[in-house]
Ligand binder design. Structure first.
Ligand code: JBZ
Length: 241
């Protein structure tokens, strides 16, 4: 089953990286298909206008609803989730990415200026799920960077995209915790040793050590993740770590 991604933007060249590396290989293998569309195709004036002044006054410009309505009618398969990156969105998380990866595809609407007329998302909700999401507590100039982030997070979870499926399973956030430290050769580098347990061949001890490191790093860097774990996620051994 090919996962279909469509992106609507006034800066299609910004999404060129979607054709590279991991996603490029996945597309070449038919796992993913990507369409990037210039919103101005659906404008209705000689100047190809996509923005206008905000009702009620205020700084900046708002993206007009008409081009978006026509573009979404042309591009969005019925029932497909519409994702609208916005600083006012719900958090985009690994769990959200995992959920979206089980769907047939996604359509992304990249805002610019002060955002898209709210009636577009409200109207689009009549034709399928709409997710207004943010990739973090900072403000970008537009949705394009956020789309690159979200497309990468989602597509790497699709079956067959990442070579070693196990590596996805042990990613940071995959189990709600941060990944612990990783090491490779040489065993000693500039006077620094690799933790001996990793050279011991004792796989049970290595697994315990890695879990303890993951818990310690999460408690230190992201205590909010620990607080958000479901009941029973931490074993007695975890609590003793
Ligand atoms: C106008 O469109 C925007 C502007 C800023 C912005 N910032 C985002 C974020 O996720 O931080 S998404 C997004 C979309």
């Amino acid at each position: 089953m090919t996962f279909r991604i469509d992106v609507l933007t006034i800066f299609p060249e910004y999404l060129a990286p979607l054709g590279q590396s991991l996603l490029g290989k996945a597309a070449a293998r038919g796992l993913v298909s990507v369409g990037v569309h210039d919103l101005r195709q659906w404008t209705d004036d000689v100047h190809r206008t996509v923005d206008d002044s905000p009702y009620g006054g205020g700084p900046g410009m708002v993206m007009r609803p008409e081009p978006w309505g026509r573009a979404l009618e042309a591009v969005r398969p019925p029932g497909t989730r519409l994702v609208v990156p916005t600083p006012a969105g719900r958090p985009f998380t690994q769990a959200v990415a995992a959920g979206w990866a089980t769907e047939p595809g996604l359509v992304f609407a990249c805002g610019r200026y002060e955002g898209i007329d709210q009636r577009v998302a409200d109207w689009a909700a009549e034709g399928g799920p709409v997710s207004e999401v943010s990739i973090g507590d900072y403000v970008l100039a537009g949705g394009e960077s956020a789309v690159l982030v979200m497309v990468e997070a989602v597509t790497r979870l699709l079956p067959g995209v990442v070579g070693n499926a196990e590596s996805v399973e042990f990613d940071s956030h995959a189990d709600g915790l941060l990944e612990g430290p990783s090491y490779t050769r040489p065993a000693t580098w500039r006077g620094r040793e690799v933790p001996p347990v990793l050279l011991s061949g004792d796989h049970a001890a290595i697994a315990r050590w890695r879990r303890a490191q993951s818990l310690r790093r999460t408690a230190d860097r992201r205590p909010d993740l620990l607080a958000g774990l479901p009941d029973g996620a931490l074993t007695p051994a975890d609590r003793a770590a």
